[in-house]
Design a protein around this ligand. Structure first.
Ligand code: HEC
Ligand code: HEC
Length: 420
């Protein structure tokens, strides 16, 4: 195998060996620009029975981000959590993409980040709880991964995960790898494993100037990839014009979508505190911090309350039952919903806000009914309002984001091998 590799991989600095053209040139026997099952197996065999990535000859552009006209780029820059020493580069994000999709990051080579964060599902998991490398289940629903770059909203810098336990994206990345249930590796094991794979030396070299694999570099490159995953090309973005006031009706929205928008953004009876956007803040529709939305009176999972943290809101007695939802962009595709995936549909979610709110001690301002009836409360939406809210939420779907090849799986995977 070493001999074949030596022929294929010109030098350690030569990343082109895994370029699409190079691999097709060598393995596409009928020259039709695609690999069939037999050709994919031949490729695998050449590399000793492992999946290898097929990368574009010219790197994808991960650096430039096209913002829609309604987004004020100066405002958005304030929300950008990119650290000064880890700006997104095309080579860095390319490495991050390969790592994100690589099952070699898990103990038994069975699970990648992408196993629980599926592009077609807005980078979340359609299953209520995800399955880890040895078949165990996560305690929470996987989160969608859009717009993680712009989380510093309204002067807050919320942490990552439902309970905000990861202070930075760089720190977050190494957590699932070491999680005994999710991927089950020590950092030393990952570094060792990756150093032995043929495609990494080139990718690390291109991204960081030397082929040495370190967990710091893994963290930085995956964080770069995640920061490049900006989702702002939805019907909402095309409808909102420059300098827009989100309260104005959008010309290209249906009447129903505009009614849903008014409820979401301006709130019930036009009171912003009674609006969804009070907590899910445009343009990312992400949250500034973990809050409580009254799912129950007694949380089995206490969320932020599990951690030893300062009270994040002086008007609440504790941090119990507080969770930070991710950006609601692509929410149509990210079911099931909430930290425990309890709601299967957007209709269920809206019904919760309409009638299912439990007046937990920490519940958000919007829900603090001054004369709480027994049982649950909520905004008491009419059927028409509920349908309008769901219609509005569906305008946040970004089809390009969930099909964009630069965020897609780069590995050549053989169906025959997957069946084994
Ligand atoms: C076994 C399933 C699984 C795997 C594998 C996995 N994740 Fe996750 N991911 C989750 C779950 C579940 C959560 C929510 C966990 C929590 O809040 O406690 C999550 C949360 C996240 C978040 C937080 C998002 C936010 O808005 O705060 C990021 C970022 C993330 N994952 C990235 C990754 C990366 C990068 C990898 C690979 C290195 C990875 N995940 C591997 C299931 C998984
Ligand atoms: C007081 C703040 C607050 C308000 C107001 C609010 N939410 Fe939420 N929302 C949350 C919190 C907190 C969560 C996460 C709760 C959890 O998982 O325990 C959440 C979760 C969600 C989710 C699920 C996200 C996911 O990734 O699973 C959707 C969808 C949602 N909210 C829609 C709405 C809509 C629609 C409205 C208005 C009718 C609204 N929210 C009003 C705080 C709020």
């Amino acid at each position: 195998m070493t001999l074949i590799l030596a022929g294929l991989v010109a030098s350690a600095a030569d990343i082109s060996a895994f370029h699409r053209e190079a691999l097709l040139e060598r393995f596409d026997r009928d020259r039709d620009g695609a690999l069939d099952e037999a050709e994919k197996l031949a490729l695998r065999r050449t590399f000793g029975g492992i999946d290898v990535p097929m990368l574009p000859g010219k790197l994808f552009d991960y650096r430039s981000i096209r913002l829609p006209a309604h987004v004020d780029s100066d405002q958005l820059r304030l929300a950008d959590n990119t650290p000064a020493d880890n700006a997104v580069t095309d080579a860095g994000a390319t490495l991050g993409r390969v790592l994100f999709y690589d099952t070699q990051l898990s103990g038994n080579n069975s699970v990648a980040c992408s196993s629980c964060h599926l592009q077609r599902a807005g980078f979340t998991d359609p299953r209520r709880f995800s399955t880890g490398f040895e078949g165990g289940h996560t305690g929470r629903n996987a989160m969608s991964l859009a717009n993680l770059r712009y989380t510093n909203v309204q002067g807050h810098s919320p942490g990552f995960f439902w309970d905000e336990r990861a202070p930075t994206l760089e720190a977050q990345v190494l957590m699932p790898i070491q999680d005994h249930l999710e991927m089950g590796m020590t950092l030393a094991q990952v570094n060792d494993r990756l150093s032995g794979l043929p495609y990494y030396p080139h990718l690390f070299e291109a991204a960081f100037g030397s082929s040495v694999v370190t967990s710091d570099r893994i963290a930085r490159s995956v964080a770069q990839f995640l920061r490049s995953m900006v989702s702002m090309n939805s019907k909402f973005d095309r409808a909102a014009t420059a300098g827009v006031d989100y309260s104005t009706d959008f010309n290209s929205f249906s009447e129903q979508e505009n009614r849903g928008k008014a409820l979401f953004i301006d709130g019930m009876d036009g009171v912003a505190e009674f609006g969804c956007a009070h907590c899910h803040i445009p343009p990312t529709f992400g949250m500034a911090k973990a809050l409580n939305n009254g799912l129950t009176l007694k949380y089995k999972d206490r969320g932020l309350g599990v951690l030893d943290r300062r009270l994040n809101d002086p008007f609440t007695p504790s941090n119990n039952g507080k969770f930070k939802a991710s950006s609601l962009r692509n929410v149509e595709l990210t079911a099931p919903y909430m930290h425990d995936g309890r709601f299967k549909t957007l209709e269920n979610v809206v019904e919760h806000y309409s009638s299912g709110i439990h007046l937990h001690d920490n519940v958000g301002l919007a829900f603090q009914d001054p004369a709480p009836a027994k049982g649950t409360t909520g905004f008491r939406f009419t059927a028409e309002q509920k349908a309008a809210l769901v219609a509005f939420l569906k305008t946040l779907t970004d089809r390009q984001f969930v099909t964009d090849p630069k965020f897609a799986d780069p590995f050549v995977r053989s169906a025959a091998v997957l069946r084994e």
